[in-house]
Design a protein. Structure first.
Length: 158
């Protein structure tokens, strides 16, 4: 199987649209998460509660950021002039602005049991944080819920 590189077509226009917006203008973008009544919007069907593999919880964004490894994702500013970051952030904001739903981030505990890592969703978490969201949903494999619950407060969602 051959992997295709993600398309960057139209990315500059989307980045420009959001790059110059003020914090107040950005805060008008409301995150839409594929959960609850919108589970049918999940792209990763493995996250669906009926599959029995993951549980979805709400967590405080600030607490999640403090206890998580974000790798190369810079958390100091929303747009960093790094093309990949700026494309991902602007596409997330664009989807939310257009009323489209996005899967919750997926996390797991690292081998030291002291940090959380993202399987998926670092940029979604960052975007939600910069929009001023206090809580976001996260998906956790059921076998890791207890261990992760020792590191971060989990509030049951669905």
């Amino acid at each position: 199987m051959r992997l295709k590189k993600a398309s960057t077509s139209g990315a500059e226009e989307i980045i420009k649209e959001f790059f110059n917006k003020s914090s107040a203008e950005l805060s008008e973008v409301i995150p839409k998460w594929a959960l609850g009544n919108h589970l049918d919007k999940l792209l990763d069907y493995q996250l669906h509660p009926n599959r029995g593999k993951y549980s979805i919880f709400f967590v405080e964004v600030k607490q999640l950021i403090q206890i998580s490894n974000f790798g190369e994702v810079i958390l100091d500013k929303l747009f960093t002039d790094a093309q990949l970051n700026d494309i991902r952030i602007s596409r997330i904001l664009s989807r939310w602005r257009d009323g489209l739903f996005i899967d919750p981030p997926t996390i797991y505990i690292d081998s030291s049991k002291k940090k959380l890592n993202f399987s998926d969703g670092r940029h979604r978490t960052k975007a939600a944080h910069f929009l001023g969201n206090k809580l976001i949903p996260i998906a956790i494999e059921k076998c890791e819920v207890n261990e992760i619950g020792l590191l971060i407060s989990l509030n049951k969602s669905i």
